[in-house]
Design a protein around this ligand. Structure first.
Ligand code: PLP
Length: 366
């Protein structure tokens, strides 16, 4: 069997370091925030080249607070994409603001900058592109638009740890950037976790207060805050795993190159790496018209696959009240019908990649 991703294999490969970090935290009894979380914040900030990092209990929380710190709230609008995990939209709705969708481009599956200006209204406060699958959105034109209209640019980097745009790590390229450490992400906690980065001291201070009940001093509540604190255990585990992230990312990129090498001449549509990008392949999604039968064939051969995501957010029943209709975002809708995520995780072997390709070759004449 070839799993879609193998978290147990990864734990086994770093068991000694993790077990030591966990027991150190248990001994210290710093269960919420604390010195391990602070050290992780500093190390992650350094890794992506940001001045400030604020660790939280999920990527969704990081998005929520980055939006609030940008002044997003009732009566405002945030421009984002419908082809993403639902959390991007949910975080906007949590603030009381209205999500306004623009479509993705066909090749990158990230926000199409050419569609953004037409979506701006006097109520627009922020632009929230998603670095989907680990491919960065085209940030330069989005930054130009944001500056021209006085908008905040927030990066949803929840799938893009270590991803680069024109040689710079994503996250702090916009005004703020949000990461998720959900176990299956490229950098995953052993539970929930998230973090926001920014170079703006004021936004950092606001997010730091909001994640811990709006207090700067204990029991003095300056803002209406939340319980969005990162756990000490997750901080200590993430510190260990961050030290391996670059190596894991290079392995993902090697597997992606192997998929390309073998499948290049097939009729399959393979994911591209934009010229401006260092893609980190959180997801390696091919596109096929007859997806259901191909997924069945893979399954019959013991190969797991995934669909990220089968329904774009504007067509989800939960967000029907936004009033969007089928046909409004054709690239997102087409992608939702065609994408199929192949097994992709650092611990995969070349033999496993070849085995997946072999099954695909069965279905496709070269
Ligand atoms: C995972 C993810 C989130 C949410 O992160 P959680 O830690 O699960 O809350 C947000 N946006 C995208 C694009 C994601 O993939």
């Amino acid at each position: 069997m070839i799993p879609y991703c193998d978290l147990r294999a990864q734990y086994k490969s770093i068991k000694l370091e993790i077990d030591q970090a966990v027991s150190r935290t248990l001994e210290s009894a710093e269960f919420v925030l604390g010195s391990e979380v602070e050290a992780f914040e500093q190390e992650f900030a350094k890794y992506v080249g940001a001045k400030h990092a604020i660790a939280m209990n999920s990527g969704t929380s990081a998005l929520h607070l980055a939006l609030l710190a940008a002044g997003v709230g009732p009566g405002t609008e945030v421009i984002t994409v419908p082809f993403t995990f639902v959390a991007t939209t949910a975080a906007i709705v949590y603030t009381g603001a209205t999500p306004v969708f623009v479509d993705v481009t066909a090749d990158s599956l990230t926000m199409d900058p050419a569609q953004v200006e037409a979506a701006i209204t006097p109520r627009t406060r922020a632009i929230l592109p998603v670095h989907l699958y680990g491919q960065p959105a085209d940030l330069d034109p989005l930054l130009v638009i944001a500056r021209r209209h006085g908008l905040t640019l927030i990066e949803d980097a929840c799938q893009a740890h270590g991803s680069e745009y024109k040689g710079r790590k994503v996250g702090p390229i916009g005004d703020s950037g949000c990461f998720s450490f959900y176990p299956g992400k490229n950098l995953g906690a052993y539970g929930e976790g998230g973090l926001a980065v920014t170079n703006d001291a004021e936004q950092a201070r606001t997010m730091r207060m909001l994640r811990d009940w709006g207090q700067e001093q204990r029991y003095h509540h300056v803002l209406k805050g939340f319980n969005y604190r990162m756990e000490g255990l997750q901080g200590s585990i993430l510190r260990v795993k961050l030290r391996h992230l670059e190596r894991w990312t290079e392995l993902r990129r090697t597997h992606a190159a192997a998929y390309h090498e073998v499948l290049r001449s097939s009729g399959l549509s393979l994911p591209i790496e934009k010229a401006y990008a260092r893609h980190v392949y959180h997801v390696f999604a091919i596109r096929v018209a007859e997806r259901a039968s191909l997924q069945r064939l893979l399954k019959a051969n013991g190969i797991q696959s995934g669909i990220h995501y089968p329904v774009p957010v504007h067509l989800q029943p939960a967000y029907a009240d936004l009033g969007y209709l089928r046909g409004q975002f054709p690239e997102s809708e087409r992608a939702a019908d065609e994408v199929l995520s192949l097994p992709m995780y650092p611990e995969m072997t070349r033999t496993q990649v070849d085995e997946v390709c072999g099954v695909l070759q069965e279905a496709y004449v070269f």
